[in-house]
Design a protein around this ligand. Sequence first.
Ligand SMILES: Cc1cc2nc3c(=O)[nH]c(=O)nc-3n(C[C@H](O)[C@H](O)[C@H](O)COP(=O)(O)OP(=O)(O)OC[C@H]3O[C@@H](n4cnc5c(N)ncnc54)[C@H](O)[C@@H]3O)c2cc1C
Length: 420
Amino acid sequence: MGLTCAYCLAKKGHSVDVYEADSILGGMSAHFDFSGLDIEKYYHFVCGPDYPLFNLMKELQIFDRLRWTDTKMGLFYDGTLYKWGGPFELLSFPKAGLFLKLRYGFHVFYASKIKNWHKLDDTTSLDWIKKWEGKKGYDMFWDSLFQLKFYDLKSKISAPWLWSRLARVAKSRKSIFQERMGYISGGSIVVINALADKIKEYGGRIHTSSPVDEIVFENNAVSGIKINGQFINYDIVASTIPIQYLTKIAPSLPKIDKDKLKLLDNVGVVCVIVKLSQALTENFWLNISDNEMDIPGIIEISNLNTELKEHVQYVPFYLHKDNPKYSLPDDYFIDKVKGYLIRVNPSITPDKVKDIRVFRYEYAQPVSTTHFLEKLPPIYSDGRKGFYMSDTAYCYPEDRSITESIKAAVNIADVIEKTI
Ligand SMILES: Cc1cc2nc3c(=O)[nH]c(=O)nc-3n(C[C@H](O)[C@H](O)[C@H](O)COP(=O)(O)OP(=O)(O)OC[C@H]3O[C@@H](n4cnc5c(N)ncnc54)[C@H](O)[C@@H]3O)c2cc1C
């Protein structure tokens, strides 16, 4: 979001500096060296309606890096692997009665056709699911997914958030019978590097390993930032870091904004990435609903990105950063994941694990509650001239994604242009 915003402004002739706390660019989309494989720390897929991403890739002349794959989905339910994701798979699922399956199928289909999500904004996801599928349907098809992503916050998630996820994936299907997902050949780093190159070409500067310690205000207007105890004067500062951090680094924000920030929540992730010497399953996405596994799914990215020369799986544990489990050592998660892999596919003995790593991100998933947009501080206000803020929460009702961060970045750049 920060890079796209800087790119949009630099393109229009503004002088920009980008400050990134990490030693590398990319945030949640950053890559790492997985024993010789250059890959994202967290899984990424692209969907059919990701137009802001497509438009940016065209502009950056990297659109030819987009690829599409006919993918498969699975459901690991109480120790057994089932096919999932289409009408035939649903109808042949033996654990639910026909009526329950029809209610579920109709709800998911109906959700994908809704255009005006505002009608749903009074309703929570849980109430919405129960209205269409009943409590039995919720317990059977949804509870473990909500529980293992949001825990005690699950009852707060708004219906539009779920709607947007269902609609985005539904619009990506080739047909009602075939799911089709996209990926960027070479990974998200292709977009990140292209953006960084363009920013520099337009005269902008990018500073890595440069955490902003403070955003400084004077008389209701931003005056600059502090880094390493040094003050640097700017007449405009746009923050695209997770907004929760602003409570610490922007202590002089107007009270009205700080009060709003305090009420917002965000769930972290501990994500284990595995390299196996064979495929785990044939599925790209494996939903998990199993009493012995406290994860919502396993993402076998090599079944989407068929150019990868290795079998790679991501196993996310969504955990609030204040949950004591979030801070447990890497080995705790690695041991769990090795056990889960054998449970899903008994041929995955420990010797099949070629490499395994763990990554953590404190603010990985905004907790989008009902009427969420009204709960966010505005991107810009007269009470803090020159300061603009956004993050993945502002994508509401859409879920956080690369395309939504690009859309938000273009919007901040527009707001800056209109208000300076
Ligand atoms: C597990 C997981 C799975 C995902 N799956 C997908 C997917 O399939 N498809 C998809 O499109 N998207 C997916 N996403 C989401 C996608 O990665 C994000 O929406 C996107 O990368 C967000 O980019 P951003 O720039 O808005 O925010 P961030 O990536 O959060 O970037 C914020 C940046 O701010 C930096 N920062 C923080 N504090 C400071 C400071 N004080 N000073 C300077 N810099 C600071 C951080 O280091 C970071 O680089 C996934 C994310 C996760 C975690």
